[in-house]
Design a protein around this ligand. Structure first.
Ligand code: SF4
Length: 269
């Protein structure tokens, strides 16, 4: 089985549409989108369009979800119960750090793997033969360091078709334009601490409701903390409340992109 891991950003959207246009020797059987439940409205609108387009091109898109990352963390923080943590910044005894991230693994990778298992007809913990699934990943050549050579399971083989074709993110955008498609919005959780200042600022200006949600989310996490975690938690690397951060409106580095440095190929592509 061939599965495309769909993040619904520029790269995985391009990969899906290219596959639908027959630009690879085979097509994925399915594209799977793992929904964290807290993407911007623009991403959900893009996803709805992409589902229709992809179905026309012969590749069904399946949505799956482990839960709602926003609601799960709010309730985990209030009740001090276990959570799959976002990579929050923490300040403790005057030291700043970032906490280990569990969200991509649980809300993205495991959610997709669970759906693959279901599609293959295997029960939980039932052994799937090695290399049963080729997972297409939308990593472009300029982000090659996000590509891993092996998957977490023996039953999967990871494939990077954009890298095989030497395509960068810009090449993806050019391919979309040549083929009459719009460039999708960035896909990532609204309150992801990996957002660059540019992303936060764009959200503050263009999607104030989402920005407000992130500020309120941070307020709760900051106030109640997370189980087993010492120190105060923040969404911004400055370890200041998001609505008080100076987002450098006049001096933004237009090429600054937190995901380029931090994420491992499931979020933001
Ligand atoms: S976008 Fe950020 S918060 Fe959401 S799952 Fe990925 S790393 Fe976690």
């Amino acid at each position: 089985m061939n599965i495309l891991s769909l993040g619904a950003g520029v790269q995985s959207t391009t990969l899906l549409l290219m596959a639908g246009h027959g630009e690879f020797e085979t097509k994925p059987d399915y594209a799977i989108f793992a929904d964290t439940g807290w993407e911007p409205q623009a991403t959900y609108e893009h996803l709805e369009w992409l589902e229709r387009e992809s179905t026309k091109l012969g590749i069904p898109v399946i949505r799956t979800a482990k839960g709602n990352i926003h609601d799960d963390l709010i309730s985990g923080s209030r009740n001090q119960s276990r959570t799959a943590n976002m990579p929050f910044y923490v300040e403790h005894d005057g030291e700043k750090a970032i906490i280990p991230r569990g969200c991509t693994g649980e809300y993205k990778i495991e959610a997709v793997n669970k759906k693959v298992r279901e599609l293959l007809g295997y029960q939980k913990r039932q052994r799937i033969p090695p290399k049963s699934v080729t997972k297409w990943m939308g990593i472009s050549s300029d982000e090659i360091y996000r590509a891993k050579t092996t998957g977490v399971n023996a039953w999967e083989v990871l494939r990077y078709p954009l890298i095989e074709k030497g395509m960068s993110r810009l090449d993806c955008m050019n391919w979309l334009a040549r083929n009459g498609y719009n460039v999708p919005p960035k896909s990532a959780c609204i309150g992801c601490p990996f957002h660059s200042d540019r992303t936060w600022l764009e959200m503050k200006r263009n999607d104030p409701e989402a920005f407000k949600e992130a500020v309120e989310f941070e307020r709760v996490i900051h106030q109640h903390g997370l189980r087993g975690m010492k120190g105060k938690l923040y969404l911004h690397k400055s370890c200041r409340p998001l609505d008080q951060v100076n987002l450098n409106e006049d001096q933004m580095d237009m090429f600054d992109d937190g995901f380029l440095n931090e994420c491992d190929g499931m979020c933001g592509v």
